[in-house]
Design a protein around this ligand. Structure first.
Ligand code: NAD
Ligand code: TYD
Length: 356
């Protein structure tokens, strides 16, 4: 095998954030080997990566993080020094429907990966297990305040509970076995390649198709939106400069009410599609039954990563949302492809449940 400066096992690289991070790292670091391990669930899409699939520093392996034999083989073959762990079940609504999948992949899968790293990394020197997590582990904020790295964990959805459990295991492996770990907890990402079950791409897809736009409750819940390329830069920085044992919160400094996001998407998508007047799609908005246990507000205090690592988000919401809508409009084949099959069954059921 060619000599690489770093050998990275990246899990979940065919998903939304994984795709963006994989492309970013493969292009920026030809001297690093990136092995993308992904099970290709409904959320993983190999065609996302066709433009880098032949790069000499990139390899794809289809497989499950719960498969210990496979993980052992990969660690023996590639002698990884870094794990970037992104693979997860990631959608809150699905976690409400079937929490078991979230326990299996997010909790047991993470523990399996930790066990494998521990077994193969007898000498922790130069090794790093980097776990990518969410701000949802901190629970729900009222109208004031922000999450910091010392906010107590208070997960409230099955998804958040499974990610909180995985974070605890990652820290426990550091304290108990001395595994060098780092964790980042970030806010809601948006951008190219996000599966259209999450708010922003779901709404863009429905606006294009002139379908109802289901806004939960009265649309007053607040999320802090982080453009996925800003997240990729933060991950790059933490992987290189983050202190083992530390946690870093990553946020977009872009708090928005859901209804404002949806209305903005209507205006931009209509404008780019030449619909007149721009914003006419707001007529598709339907306020539907609220999500069970719907977290009110998330907001991130980014002081630590700013002061210690010099990172801050560069893409403001206006710019990011325009880039995102443009990407979906230019990639309608991708949207068509991922919204057939299993997706259709899931969504027909969901829409029926919401009376749409
Ligand atoms: P995603 O659902 O788009 O992608 C997840 C990927 O993991 C898919 O490619 C899927 O095939 C793969 N996967 C799932 N189960 C697997 C298994 N058992 N073995 C191997 N691969 C498996 O998710 P995303 O939005 O890209 O999120 C990536 C990570 O970032 C997750 O850990 C998520 O919790 C975290 N995160 C996401 C957000 C967000 O806004 N999307 C915010 C904070 C944190
Ligand atoms: P989502 O993208 O599922 O991310 P998360 O639940 O992890 O924050 O949802 C973002 C916000 O949008 C959340 O407050 C729920 C809301 N939402 C809707 O109002 N309608 C929808 O169809 C979806 C998917 C989400």
């Amino acid at each position: 095998m060619k000599k690489f400066l770093k050998k990275i096992l990246l899990t979940g690289g065919a998903g939304f954030i994984g795709t963006n991070v994989t492309k970013y790292l493969v292009r920026k670091y030809p001297q690093y080997l990136i092995v993308n391990l992904d099970k290709l669930t409904y959320a993983g899409n190999l065609t996302n990566l066709t433009d880098i699939e032949n790069q000499p520093n990139y390899t794809f392996v289809k497989g499950d993080i719960l498969d210990s034999n496979l993980l052992n083989r990969l660690f023996e073959t590639y002698r990884f020094d870094t794990v970037l762990h992104l693979a997860a079940e990631s959608h809150v609504d699905r976690s409400i429907e079937s929490p078991g999948n979230f326990v299996r992949t997010n909790v047991l899968g993470t523990v399996n990966l930790l066990n494998t790293a521990r077994k193969h990394w007898k000498n922790p020197e130069g090794k790093l297990f980097y776990h990518i997590s969410t701000d949802e582990v901190y629970g729900s904020l009222g109208d004031e305040g922000q999450f910091t790295e010392t906010t107590c964990y208070d997960p409230r959805s099955p998804y958040a509970a499974s990610k909180a459990a995985s974070d605890h295991f990652v820290r426990a492996y550091m304290h108990t076995y001395g595994l060098p770990v780092v964790i980042s907890n970030c806010s809601n990402n948006y951008g190219p390649y996000q599966f259209p079950e999450k708010l922003i791409p779901l709404m863009i897809n429905n606006i294009i198709e002139e379908k109802p736009l289901p806004v939960y409750g009265r649309g007053q819940n607040v999320r802090d939106w982080l453009y996925v390329e800003d997240h990729a830069r933060a991950i790059d920085l933490i992987m290189h400069k983050g202190r083992p044992g530390e946690t870093y919160n990553i946020g977009g400094n872009n708090e928005r009410k859901n209804i404002d996001v949806v209305e903005k998407l209507c205006e931009i998508t209509d404008e780019l599609l030449g619909r007149s007047p721009a914003g006419i799609s707001k007529g598709l908005i339907r306020f539907v039954q609220d999500r069970a246990g719907h977290d009110w507000r998330y907001a991130i205090d980014t002081t630590k990563i700013k002061n210690q690592l010099g990172w801050q988000p560069e893409v403001d919401f206006e710019e990011g949302i325009r880039k995102t809508v443009r990407w979906y409009l230019n990639n309608r084949d991708w949207l068509k492809k991922v919204t057939t099959g299993e997706y259709r069954t899931y969504y027909e059921k969901m829409y029926k449940n919401k009376g749409l």
